[in-house]
Design a protein around this ligand. Structure first.
Ligand code: C2E
Ligand code: MG
Ligand code: MG
Length: 748
């Protein structure tokens, strides 16, 4: 069944939102991690560069201090003189052992102008007159370099001491044992010119400080460098290239760099991770909340959209969706060469269920009916609840009238089983109106109208059935509508409507006990119309209240004027729906001066069956005012003794169908007998209607029937004819005793 077609498009908003949020959160976290890592690297890189710079200046300081210490000892005239004098003890005390010890120099050499070592010291100890084999190559090379430098300088000056400052040479060098050392070679030049040193006569002082573990340890401590050592090549850790003055790389100083940021990161890692987890959890919570909010929004959007196109009670398509589907079906049928059936359905007796079992049960019934209908339908059908108990179905693809009938029959059939509701189980039936059209011919509005016309015909045909629309139905409706207008007109102008009176005779005495007022309409163009024809129209159109009062008024006027002992007036059950009904009746007869006891209202069993409080109250009020109540056409309806007792009516009128068959049918006669007995037992009188034969009159008299009414005794008469009859006496004595004798009868 085509129920859920939605005219609006829905997308999984929350899903898209969720994915987008998760992606954004991931990107955010990654960006944060990259940023932190970048900052850590940068801070640690800066720290390492700072350490490198400090170490570089530390090394330079080592080299410069070596030179400064040497100059302090060699820029002395005494040094020149004592060297020339080869005063070994002075040399030991001032330039060799003592100096080596004092300045913590690894090795010291005092070299004569000819290059011979005149005294060597090794870590404060005398070490002979030779270069240590480890130092040999490096020291000799530097001595040669210094001598060459001096020779060049001496070309321009006679006393080298004058420009003493830059004639020495200091550098970093690799020794024979592969260790590295700062070596400084300084010429001993004196100071004040007392001891003149001519070029080529200079003594040299060589200081040598090895980059050994001790020195490294002191550098490491001074500059807070961990694992400082000399390496041939750089490793992953921090490294500083060691080059001599020529720029040759001699090795590396490596150390484990300080990484304060990383250390901080590590130290704070658990807390950071915990915070990140919390942030992530908060983020996830927030996203979850947003997602839920989004899905709630989505759900409410879907619900709004569902409600826009569906009936909240049954979940069926509503009028808007139904109309859209109907139009679509009609458009499609145009091509499909089949017909579209539009079935308009009314649940019979729905109001009764609502009134007796309550609205909740009424709602349950509608829901269950909707389910059963849905099951009975085939693919492509749209079922809707238009309002209250009105359902409608669009079924495309109908191939013939027979197909449509079969469909209606199966839907009717689905109602057959009782419905279990709170408060009891009920049986309901339905009335169906069907419009069956090939799509192109009519609009959806016209289809709906035709289905309603057919539904109206189904209701008129007694409900629990279906009718297929025919143009004849429209004609009948138009005619009814015209009659309604004309009837209203007649009630206003008083032209055409009149009453006839059928006398009711006392069965025992034959006297006229009263008369029943029967309405007639002499229509200007259609001629005489029977009440069977137009009373129903008056009931359908609501004109019945006006008509009923008009009849009562006219009948009262006649009764008072004619001196009739009792006047009976027929009342439609619909008149009782007016809560002013009793007042209107009493007011009307009072206005005409009719005694309430002279009025008998004929009601039908259908009214009593309604069992409504309003009806009961009205009947009690009327009887208390003195008005008699007669139950008309008794035996044709649901005749139940229990409601007769509870309503306690004054009279039963046995329907003419009983009177007719009674003579030849024992069973009917038995029923009539027991009805009369029962009525008498309940204190009611009985009148038999439709007495046409003498045999009927005889039997009814014998059974104890109180009143007789029928053509045998008198047809309905005009007012004047009845007055004449009253004057002449009862039919047993008067000429109007046979039907032919009362020839003034009108309308039968
Ligand atoms: P009813 O109240 O049962 O009226 C009796 C009907 O039986 C009358 O038909 C009457 O002419 C007819 N009739 C009487 N004796 C005989 C007989 O021996 N044989 C046959 N075959 N028929 C007999 P009428 O006047 O056509 O009325 C038909 C129904 O229309 C009435 O049935 C009543 O229900 C209704 N009706 C008539 N006048 C009024 C009225 O003013 N108000 C309302 N609400 N209904 C009325
Ligand atoms: Mg009647
Ligand atoms: Mg009757």
């Amino acid at each position: 069944m085509k129920q859920d077609q939605d005219l609006s498009e829905t997308r999984p908003l929350s899903r898209r939102f969720g994915l987008l949020s998760a992606f954004l959160a991931a990107v955010l976290l990654c960006a944060l991690a990259v940023l932190v890592w970048w900052a850590v690297q940068r801070i640690d890189g800066m720290t390492q560069a700072e350490q490198s710079r400090a170490l570089t200046s530390g090394l330079m300081l080592e080299q410069t201090s070596l030179v400064t210490e040497q100059r302090r000892a060699t820029t002395l005239d005494a040094a020149v003189l004592n060297l020339r004098a080869n005063d070994q003890s002075w040399i030991a005390e001032n330039l060799a052992e003592r100096m080596s010890e004092f300045y913590d120099l690894d090795r010291v050499y005092v070299v004569a102008p000819d290059g011979a070592v005149i005294r060597a010291a090794n870590q404060g100890q005398f070490a002979g007159t030779q270069l240590d084999p480890r130092d040999l190559v490096a020291v000799e090379a530097m001595l040669a370099e210094t001598q060459a430098g001096l020779a060049a300088a001496s070309a321009t000056m006679s006393n080298l001491a004058d420009t003493v400052s830059d004639l020495g040479h200091a550098d970093l060098a690799r020794l024979q044992d592969n260790s590295l050392a700062f070596i400084s070679v300084q010429p001993v030049l004196g100071k004040s010119g007392v001891a003149t040193v001519r070029p080529g006569t200079e003594y040299f002082h060589v200081s040598l400080r090895v980059l050994n573990d001790r020195l490294l340890a002191s550098l490491a401590e001074r500059y807070r460098l961990a694992d400082l050592k000399i390496a041939v090549r750089s490793s992953n850790s921090a490294a500083l290239a060691l080059r001599n003055s020529m720029g040759h790389q001699l090795g590396y100083l490596t150390w484990t760099p300080n990484r304060p940021a990383l250390t901080l990161l590590r130290a704070t890692a658990p807390a950071t991770i915990a915070i990140l987890c919390l942030v992530a959890a908060a983020l996830v919570g927030l996203l979850g909340w947003l997602r839920r909010a989004a899905s709630q929004l989505e759900a409410s959007r879907a619900e709004t959209s569902f409600l826009a196109f569906h009936d909240p009670l049954t979940g069926l398509a509503n009028r808007v969706l139904f109309q859209a589907n109907l139009e679509e079906a009609l458009g499609y049928q145009y091509l499909a060469a089949t017909k579209v059936a539009l079935i308009s359905i009314d649940i019979d007796r729905f109001k009764e269920v609502n009134d007796t079992l309550g609205h909740a049960a009424g709602d349950q019934l509608l829901q269950q009916v909707a389910k059963r209908f849905a099951l009975a339908l085939s693919e492509g059908a749209t079922l809707t609840r238009l309002a209250g108990d009105e359902f409608a179905i669009v079924q495309p693809g109908i191939v013939s009238d027979g197909h449509a009938r079969w469909l209606c029959q199966s839907i009717l059939q689905s109602l057959k089983e009782p419905f279990a509701l709170t408060g009891g189980s009920v049986h309901v039936t339905g009335s169906f109106g069907v419009a069956l059209e090939p799509g192109s011919a009519v609009t959806s509005q016209e289809m709906l109208r035709r289905a309603d016309v057919a539904l109206y015909a189904a209701k008129a045909a007694g409900r629990n059935c279906f009718e297929i629309y025919t143009p004849e139905m429209d004609r009948l409706r138009r005619e009814k509508r015209m009659l309604e207008v004309e009837l209203r007109d007649a009630l206003i102008t008083g032209v055409g409507l009149f009453l006839v009176y059928q006398p009711i005779f006392d069965a025992a005495s034959g006297e006229i006990a009263g008369a029943e007022a029967l309405v007639r309409w002499m229509h200007p163009t259609r001629g005489y119309l029977s009440p069977d024809h137009f009373v129903a129209i008056a009931e359908e159109t609501g004109v019945i209240d006006q008509l009923g009062l008009w009849v009562l008024d006219e009948a009262s006027r006649f009764a008072v004027g004619s001196g009739l002992p009792r006047i009976a007036v027929n009342v439609s059950p619909l008149q009782f729906l007016d809560d002013q009904f009793v007042d209107r009746v009493l007011h009307t007869i009072a206005r005409r001066g009719l005694n309430a006891a002279a009025l008998e209202l004929e009601i039908t069993e259908g009214l009593l069956l309604k069992n409504s409080e309003q009806v009961q109250r009205a009947l009690v009020q009327l009887r208390e005012a003195g008005v008699r109540i007669a139950l008309d056409d008794f035996g044709t309806g649901y005749s139940s003794i229990s409601y007769l007792r509870s309503y306690n009516v004054d009279k039963l009128k046995i329907d003419q169908s009983f009177t007719r068959t009674m003579v030849h049918d024992e069973a009917t006669q038995t029923i009539v007998r027991s009805v009369i007995q029962m009525a008498h037992a309940l204190g009611m009188s009985v009148t038999a209607e439709g007495v046409e034969e003498d045999a009927q009159r005889q039997i009814l008299r014998d059974l104890g029937c109180n009143g007789l009414q029928g053509y045998l005794l008198s047809r309905p008469l005009t007012g004047e004819a009845l007055i004449e009859l009253l004057a002449n006496g009862h039919p047993d004595r008067a000429p109007a005793r046979t039907p032919t004798a009362v020839s003034v009868a009108v309308g039968d």
